[in-house]
Design a protein around this ligand. Structure first.
Ligand code: PA5
Length: 459
């Protein structure tokens, strides 16, 4: 397993002192590595943060595999109900390892479709129900808190649509003893897979949240964990030279705070990593966008994550990136070896715009476009860096997800913010409960009415 981080284009020598790191800044920042690793280690050792330990939970993995074996061949659709961190990880795994939906192999009981209902848009839910057969659908309900309005509303609809089958064809992933979903699961005798208390939604892809759907659609869950376990070991190394997550976190932190790059573009040159970019967008936004430091100082800090797809978005975003405000840092995600290289036929048409491509490979063109984009950005003084995955299989993906989680946790240490809470999301959830009339949330209904009055007066 090999994943490399190349920071050359973050350096002042490449993008100038105003936008890149001088040798002194670079060296001083890398010296902070051991202190950052030790600070994060304390949180893990105290049991406050659990994601680094997920790859080593072999008992949970065995339970998941046994369940997946038991139901294999009975369903052609796995319908996942969940939102945010309870859905994005499964999408990232499915998209990376089976390809984006339009190019996945035909679905069957041997290769079930993963239908993710992560919205309450009736246009999504209604259409999805029309395309599935309740006889051949397994429902996986994922919510850490077990009270999330969106997930539970869709569950009520799907349960009704399943009829009597819901009793035998529903499985729950939640934190036992927490929310009302757990209570319902006990009542209905649905199997329950546990999300550890100390693993938050966006850090939970390697818990049953991601592993159960992965196993149900036939992905190699043990290999995902093997890659993640190897990466965990690397991520605990205190020398940034040996630890790509740490080096990336240290350098991104400085580029963000000192060079004022408040937008972070994750730029995969792989359609298979497209969903991972959205998973990363949530990880970065919710973990690092905070009002206060852990010492309660008001900072209102955050770096806006953007997902861009190479090469597609060269023809939609690159103009802005090269010539617009210099407020962004770019992280390319490259995959070295592709299972199919796409050799272009050698025949010449005696037309200049075609003939230079004859006999070349799509992989060659994809790489040429990525390095050219990096060169264009660098020439324009836009800092950028690259993660390169040797290939895109379960092992590398598990490792890469774990690396990105460590990177996020490390940068939170540097910013002194809590990466593992989301008070802003909770506030929105409480307003919704108030508006929809959930008992106990009347205060939020009143606050909402005040807000409406202010709107009326404002015009
Ligand atoms: O990362 C997070 O904690 C959030 O995005 C949650 O995953 C999201 O709000 C859904 O919450 P829950 O899993 O409790 O339904």
């Amino acid at each position: 397993m090999r994943i490399q981080f190349d920071e050359t284009n973050l350096l002042a020598a490449m993008v100038g002192e105003a936008h890149g790191l001088t040798p002194a800044e670079y060296k001083a920042q890398l010296r902070r590595g051991p202190e950052v690793v030790r600070a994060f280690r304390k949180l893990v050792d105290r049991g406050e943060v659990g994601f680094p330990l997920l790859p080593f939970q072999t008992g949970v993995l065995k339970e998941i595999q046994a369940f997946a074996r038991k139901v294999r061949g009975a369903f052609d659709s796995v319908c996942l109900l969940g939102i945010g961190g309870s859905a994005l990880g499964a999408w990232a795994l499915d998209c990376a390892l089976r390809g984006p939906h339009p190019v996945q192999k035909p679905f069957s009981k041997a290769n079930p479709r993963l239908v993710i209902l992560d919205n309450v848009d009736p246009g999504l839910v209604g259409a999805a129900l029309e395309t599935m057969d309740p006889k051949r659908t397994l429902v996986v309900v994922v919510t850490k808190q077990g009270n999330t309005a969106e997930t539970l509303a869709v569950l009520l609809l799907v349960r009704d649509w399943m009829g009597r089958r819901a009793a035998r064809q529903t499985v729950v992933v939640t934190t036992p003893g927490r929310g009302d979903l757990y209570a319902l699961a006990l009542r209905e005798k649905w199997p329950v897979f546990a999300i550890p208390e100390n693993v938050g939604g966006r850090f939970s892809v390697l818990s049953p949240v991601g592993l159960l759907p992965a196993a149900l659609i036939g992905l190699d869950a043990p290999r995902l964990l093997r890659g993640a376990a190897r990466m965990s070991e690397i991520c605990w190394k205190t020398d940034p030279a040996d630890n790509p997550a740490l080096r990336a976190a240290l350098l991104h932190h400085l580029i963000w705070t000192e060079k004022k790059k408040t937008v972070h573009v994750a730029f995969p040159y792989s359609n298979r990593l497209w969903a991972t970019a959205f998973w990363f967008r949530q990880l970065w936004a919710e973990s690092l966008g905070k009002a206060k430091t852990r010492k309660d100082e008001v900072v209102q800090i955050g770096q806006t994550p953007v997902a861009a797809l190479g090469v597609t978005d060269q023809h939609s975003q690159l103009q802005l990136y090269v010539e617009g405000p210099n407020d962004k840092v770019f992280t390319f995600w490259a995959v070295e070896k592709q299972p199919w290289e796409g050799r272009i036929p050698k025949g010449r048409l005696r037309l200049e715009a075609f003939d230079y491509l004859a006999g070349r490979k799509l992989t060659e063109l994809l790489d040429a476009e990525r390095v050219s984009t990096a060169a264009a950005l660098t020439e324009a003084g836009r800092p950028n860096c690259t993660f390169t995955l040797e290939k895109l299989d379960e092992e590398h993906l598990g490792a890469f997800l774990q690396l990105l989680e460590f990177q996020t946790a490390f940068i939170a240490e540097l910013l002194d913010v809590n990466a593992f809470d989301q008070p802003g999301v909770e506030a929105g959830k409480r307003f919704t409960y108030g508006l929809m009339g959930r008992p106990g949330f009347e205060e939020y209904r009143e606050r909402f009415e005040q807000y409406l009055k202010r709107r009326q007066k404002a015009l």
